[in-house]
Design a binder for this molecule. Structure first.
Ligand code: MSP
Length: 529
């Protein structure tokens, strides 16, 4: 049996509510996993929350509540609801405070302790609480403004805290050669190429051992062999990918069996700021535990505000609901997946969102759908007519249509969401142009041209059938409406069950299918206040 397609997002810190930077990773994961489901693969889409560590503990303290109450409230009121808002169809949601995770983390580190992969020492050096990271000398940059003359974290722009604490170290340095070999043998294991190069050159400089526990923090998972210390938050959080899958469960239990079947992960989606954790520390941990390495770590870019990473700490975070209330979840998903090349940074602007919504969704796909459904209702009593012989312009559309699913599939599997969407969009544009040229409303006036009219409308209906299948992972709600309105639901069943490859044949919609005009797929946007 083929291994399931197992995709993870990072687990999000619950020091605050989500902003669109977080929603961006989840959206990409949801689009890709829906795509793989429509390729007929078994999929397991994992997301969750990272609840331990100093950053979360301090947020709770500032609000005068216990860390547990803080995370419980924020997960229930903000992090779980945002998945609904985004229309994400995740299969699991792991919280690092759950027993299955705590237990798996302890099993994992005990195994590494037993094999001699950890030892006790003293850490002296800078720590950025924003990143929850022990910083290396090359990681800091010259500060500016109020921090002029000081060295600061390159991501948070603030000086680090200086730590001196006795804790346990993981022998990271022992894995440099094995990691380099792995990446030389698997040049596609980290993407895009810029991320791969960054990882390889970091390892080539030589790895130093790193603290895997904290003695000065108490909001975390106790070390199984020394309960006064907790597992360093990253070395707790990274393990979610295996604990959620079933690592640490009783041998022979369904969870343990599931782990054997679905590990290693197919894709870890991460932002570029957390690449080193995922492509250096995490595989080293896995090697130390004798577990397989993930197939791919893909590092996407940042959503920028004023040229800087959007963040809550800099008060530049926009809540996903602020955008989704304006244009809906489908347009949100479409916009972020099509306007920014996955792997590069990008800026969000209301003007750009509005312009693309109007041109590509309302006047593009929405208009094509309403033209077709209105004309089939008006000229053929809502029954899809039988096409006559195809002429040159019809054949051009048909040829583009049968090629499209394969091209889009290649781009989606490369995580080139913008490229995949652009391909579908160009068929929509071609077809809107075709309708304008063929002037079915003029053909309708001449009874001798009714076969030609039938052919033109049939061609458009076939395009909409394929567009609904290919756009479904990106825009689940509006494509479902489209699927119903062209009568495809009654013929082929639910849209989510439609296979990408099977959609490529011509002429699948039978003549006589009921077509109904429904409300606009992409209504006009309200004026911004
Ligand atoms: N808790 C860690 C991840 C642990 S995974 C084992 C963490 N959490 S986070 O909440 O700070 O960030 C989670 C993800 O959101 C990261 O992939 C990060 O890159 C992404 N984003 C946060 N702000 C972002 C932008 N402004 N733009 C795009 N993605 C950003 O790191």
């Amino acid at each position: 049996m083929a291994k399931p397609f197992f995709l993870s997002t990072p687990i999000y810190y619950v020091n605050d509510a989500p902003h669109i930077g977080h929603a961006y990773t989840t959206t990409a994961g949801d689009v890709l996993t829906r795509w793989h489901r429509q390729r007929g693969e078994e999929v397991w889409f994992l997301t969750g929350t990272d609840e331990h560590g100093t950053k979360v503990q301090r947020a709770a303290q500032e609000h005068g509540v216990s860390p547990k109450k803080w995370v419980d409230d924020l997960v229930a009121n903000a992090w779980l609801p945002v998945l609904e808002t985004l229309d994400a169809a995740n299969d699991d949601f792991i919280r690092t405070t759950e027993e299955r995770h705590v237990h798996g983390v302890q099993v994992f580190w005990q195994r590494l302790k037993d094999s001699g992969a950890v030892y006790q020492d003293t850490y002296v050096g800078p720590y950025c609480v924003g990143c929850e990271e022990f910083k290396l000398p090359g990681d800091l940059i010259e500060g500016s403004g109020e921090f002029e003359g000081q060295m600061v974290c390159a991501i948070h722009g603030k000086p680090c805290e200086m730590l001196e604490e006795s804790n346990w170290f993981f022998r990271l340095s022992a894995y440099s050669d094995a990691l380099l070999k792995h990446y030389r043998d698997n040049p596609n294991a980290v993407r895009p190429t810029s991320a791969y190069n960054e990882v390889v050159s970091f390892i080539e400089q030589g790895l130093t051992d790193i603290s895997m526990s904290r003695s000065a923090v108490d909001w975390g998972i106790p070390l199984p062999w020394q309960s006064e210390q907790v597992v360093y938050v990253w070395f707790d959080a990274l393990l979610n990918y295996v604990t959620a899958a079933g690592f640490g469960a009783e041998p022979g239990s369904p969870e343990a069996e599931r782990f054997n079947r679905i590990w290693p992960a197919s894709v870890h989606l991460v932002g570029k700021d957390i690449l080193r954790f995922h492509a250096v520390y995490w595989p080293a941990m896995l090697l130390a535990a004798g577990l397989k390495l993930p197939d791919l770590v893909f590092a996407h870019g940042w959503l920028l505000v004023g040229g800087e990473k959007m963040s809550k700490s800099k008060l530049t975070g926009i809540a996903p609901s602020a955008i989704i209330d304006y244009c809906g979840s489908d347009a949100f998903r479409y916009y972020f997946m099509s306007a920014i090349r996955f792997g590069s940074d990008g800026s969000f602007s209301w003007e750009d969102l509005t312009a693309r919504y109007t041109a590509e969704l309302a006047n593009g796909l929405g208009n094509l759908a309403s033209r077709l459904t209105a004309m089939v209702e008006r000229y053929f009593d809502g029954k899809l007519p039988q096409a006559g012989e195809l002429t040159v312009p019809d054949l051009a559309i048909r040829d583009a249509l049968v090629q499209l699913p394969k091209t889009v599939d290649e781009k989606m599997c490369e995580l080139d969401f913008a490229g995949a969407i652009a391909q579908v969009r160009s068929l929509i544009e071609l077809t809107n142009g075709y309708v304008t040229e063929q002037e079915p409303w003029v053909l309708a006036k001449d009874p001798n041209k009714s076969e030609r009219l039938a052919t033109v409308l049939y061609v458009v209906a076939e395009v909409l059938r394929v567009v609904a299948v290919l756009y479904h992972p990106v825009m689940p709600k509006s494509t479902r409406k489209l699927w119903e309105s062209i009568g495809a639901e009654g013929v082929f069943g639910p849209l989510a069950d439609q296979r990408v490859d099977a959609s490529a044949s011509w002429g699948l919609l039978p003549a006589g299918t009921s077509v109904v005009k429904t409300e606009a797929l992409f209504p006009r946007l309200a004026e911004e206040e």
